[in-house]
Design a protein. Structure first.
Ligand SMILES: [Zn+2]
Length: 137
């Protein structure tokens, strides 16, 4: 039920990613031909179409590229989380990942800013563990 609300699902391309999230490892794909990282996972390289894709463990550190504070839950499922911060994170490897910024004092938005350094954490939703981010102090 919760996974349906989160719109999370896996397939042959993403199963590896989700399995490692459960182990609290953030895996991203790297192309063996053009050497670029890509996210989300794909069957081939989205830059050069190569099929020589390799998984590499991200250091899980990045910075906030953009963010928004959500005060009004888009559905009943999210009501218990408001206010919460959704953000576009630019990982050190150069890829963008959309996620949540989790912090102890969500009411204090002043500590969240574009360019702020963040690190991966994980939130357990039963079948899936989702990578979320916390501010690096
Ligand atoms: Zn490539």
């Amino acid at each position: 039920m919760e996974n349906d609300m989160l719109n999370v699902g896996s397939d042959e391309v993403t199963q590896y990613y989700w399995d490692h999230c459960k182990q609290e490892k953030l895996m991203i794909q790297n192309c063996n031909d053009c050497k670029r990282f890509q996210f989300p996972p794909n069957l081939s390289c989205r830059y050069c179409s190569s099929n020589c894709i390799e998984w590499k463990k991200s250091n899980g550190i990045g910075e906030i590229y953009s963010y928004s504070v959500v005060y009004r839950a888009p559905s009943v499922f999210f009501e218990k989380y408001v206010p919460y911060v959704v953000a576009l994170i630019k990982l050190d490897e150069g890829v963008m990942i959309e996620s949540w910024i989790i912090q102890d004092e969500l009411s204090d938005e002043s500590v969240i800013s574009i360019g702020a350094k963040v690190k991966t954490s994980y939130q357990d939703f039963g079948t899936y563990k989702l990578p979320v981010f916390k501010l690096l102090n």
